[in-house]
Ligand binder design. Structure first.
Ligand code: NAP
Length: 361
């Protein structure tokens, strides 16, 4: 554990891509943050690689060390694999905490799980916030959209940190303020966070947000499919068209990254990158939950369930899910499989890196 003569403002458990970036964002805003990861080497490498953040990272080799390093009431962010990982961490932490301490689940948890966790923890006198976090690894690092739900007094305790690290928009134009760098976050602007409501409200909003996003991505993939199949356009040409569209009313992050992905060359073969990505797209549950919830509530939401693609799926050897998975690798480091490698081997491109090397994960 690093030298720790003063207590940390906040703690974070789970140092995969999201947890690392969120911790750096918090430290860039001057908050001292204690970090723990189940696999200790990841924590050690992370802390060693970032010795000079404005707030300071305090590496903790055990959950007990993390708990004892925090200001009271303690605030601990859980950024681990949603589901059983979240429950395992909560069960490990809860007996070590005192009444009034606050756990913040920043994972993509199902909102009904969040309600159940909040009730279980309230019986032990602990407070709980379920917060959606959007923006992928880049957002986590320089400004995510944050959707917190839970007890309002717990939100008040978390608000200074969440408001500081959230993405900022120009209040006059509504446009995002860009250009944050390591150690130099955006000053001013209106933060992209607000108290959503009690219980699982934050995770519910994040779920619907993901459902809309997946519907949008599916539409983009179908546009790409039509452009290549019917118009005979090559990926780079389609990418240039998306880049032009991004300068008009379609200006959006998803259209921007689609233009980038389509103009990317595969670092291994020199072929267009999307042509070597297997048409197998993953999802971690939120898109499916949105469709199920829409059916349960009698709300028509056919786009989430992926519109006319069912017809193509009967008659196509290859579907445009290659582009969708490439988008997921771009914004969330979700990895992709290749057409020229056996199934089960996963690769990732370091998208913000101009050289964009590929590595196996
Ligand atoms: P992830 O791949 O979902 O999870 C890996 C992390 O979980 C590692 O730190 C791992 O520890 C830890 N973990 C898994 N099971 C555990 C257990 N039983 N006990 C303790 N730790 C456990 O990581 P991620 O992509 O960074 O996402 C973190 C969370 O943020 C997830 O809930 C995800 O849904 C959510 N999220 C992700 C994105 C995105 O774009 N990627 C965006 C928003 C929200 P080890 O290192 O020891 O294996």
């Amino acid at each position: 554990m690093a030298a720790n003569d003063q207590p940390s403002e906040i703690g974070l458990i789970g140092l995969a891509v999201m947890g690392q970036n969120l911790a750096l964002n918090i430290a860039d805003h001057g908050f001292r943050i204690s970090v723990y990861n189940r696999t200790t080497e990841k924590m050690e490498t992370f802390v060693d690689n970032h010795p000079d953040t404005p707030g300071g990272l305090v590496g903790c080799a055990t959950v007990e060390a993390l708990v004892s390093s925090l200001k009271r009431p303690r605030k601990i962010i859980v950024m681990v694999k949603a589901g059983s990982g979240t429950d395992a961490v909560i069960e490990q932490l809860a007996p070590l905490l005192d009444e009034g301490d606050i756990l913040i689940d920043g994972g993509n948890s199902k909102w009904t799980d969040t309600i159940a966790r909040e009730q279980r923890l309230a019986e032990r006198g602990l407070r709980f916030i379920g917060s959606g976090i959007s923006g992928g690894e880049e957002g986590a690092r320089f400004g995510p959209s944050l959707m917190p739900g839970g007890q309002e007094d717990a939100w008040k305790a978390l608000e200074p940190v969440w408001t500081a690290i959230a993405a900022k928009v120009d209040p006059d134009t509504g446009k995002p303020l860009l250009g944050a760098k390591p150690g130099k976050p955006i000053e001013g602007g209106e933060p992209c966070t607000a108290y959503i409501g009690p219980d699982g409200a934050g995770h519910y909003v994040k779920m619907v947000h993901n459902g809309i996003e997946y519907g949008d991505m599916q539409m983009i993939c179908e546009a790409y499919d039509l452009m290549q199949r019917l118009a005979g356009m090559r990926p780079a040409e389609i990418g240039e068209t998306f880049a032009r569209w991004n300068e008009g009313v379609l200006d959006s992050y998803l259209v921007e990254i689609t233009a980038d992905v389509l103009q990317q060359t595969d670092p291994v073969t020199g072929e267009p990158f999307v042509d070597v990505v297997l048409d197998a797209a993953g999802q971690k549950g939120t898109g499916k939950w949105t469709s199920i919830n829409a059916l349960d509530m009698g709300v028509p939401a056919p786009t989430f369930a992926a519109s006319f693609a069912y017809y193509d799926s009967y008659r196509s050897a290859r579907l445009p899910q290659n582009l969708l998975q490439a988008q997921r690798d771009y914004f969330g480091a979700h990895t992709y499989e290749r057409v020229d490698q056996p199934r089960g081997r996963f690769f990732h491109i370091d998208w913000p890196d101009p050289e964009r090397p590929q590595r196996e994960s």
